[in-house]
Design a protein around this ligand. Structure first.
Ligand SMILES: [Zn+2]
Ligand SMILES: [Zn+2]
Length: 220
């Protein structure tokens, strides 16, 4: 349904999001293949608290002992108690069904993050608050790689590059501000949470086609 990403950095590796169903098998296998141990993952960064991102949060925290970092506005989503309004209530209904089906367990965010905060992982990751999809939705930007993990700001499939469907967005009026923030940041690579291929250049190009973006002057 969506992708979670393991940023490998030896004994200080981090996970961005945790997936929903089936991921524990793949995460365990990947960690083993990379020659890491469960406690090599030191932090779990959550782009936002929707079920397809926080589905294995409690399990991953238990398995790794890692701390969870997310925007404070996301705790209610993780708890499953966010007061969805209007058409967005459908998102809550879908999540409620999913939580039952997958025996979801909530978890507590250990450290609240905020816009512009520099996190000491993967050579440095900057928190980019990108509200719209949810109030506390955040991306994570690596200046070292000039790469932005953009969460659910947009989804990128070859047949369909789009903003998340209206029923899934809690504060859609804030999308333009977040899009503008990414356009100004103008990263070389963009990696959303829902995509067909892991190709940061391709997703950047698609985002630029959807919203427009400055040219990257030269490869860095
Ligand atoms: Zn979402
Ligand atoms: Zn999602």
């Amino acid at each position: 349904m969506g992708c979670c990403h393991l940023l490998e950095d030896g004994e200080a590796s981090v996970m961005i999001d945790t997936g929903m169903v089936g991921e524990p098998f793949f995460i365990r296998r990947l960690v083993r293949r990379l020659g890491l141990k469960s406690n090599s993952i030191k932090a779990i960064l959550l782009t936002h608290g929707h079920l397809d991102h926080a589905g294995n949060l409690a399990w991953l925290k238990r398995w790794t002992g890692a701390m969870i970092l997310a925007h404070p506005e996301e705790q209610l989503h993780v708890n499953g108690t966010y007061p969805y309004q209007g058409i967005n209530r459908w998102c809550g209904r879908l999540e409620a069904a999913g939580r039952l089906l997958f025996r979801y367990r909530p978890a507590t965010i250990d450290e609240f993050i905020h816009d512009g905060q520099e996190l000491p992982f993967w050579g440095g990751l900057r928190v980019i608050h990108l509200p719209g999809h949810t109030k506390g939705h955040c991306g994570f930007y690596s200046a070292k790689h000039d790469l932005l993990f953009s969460g659910d700001l947009f989804a990128s499939y070859f047949f369909n590059v789009h903003r998340p469907p209206a029923i899934l967005n809690s504060v859609p009026e804030l999308f333009p501000i977040s899009v503008e923030k990414v356009r100004r940041l103008n990263p070389r690579w963009l990696v959303p949470s829902h995509y067909d291929f892991l190709d940061g250049e391709l997703h950047r190009k698609r985002f630029a086609q959807l919203y427009g973006m400055g040219r990257q002057s030269s490869p860095r």
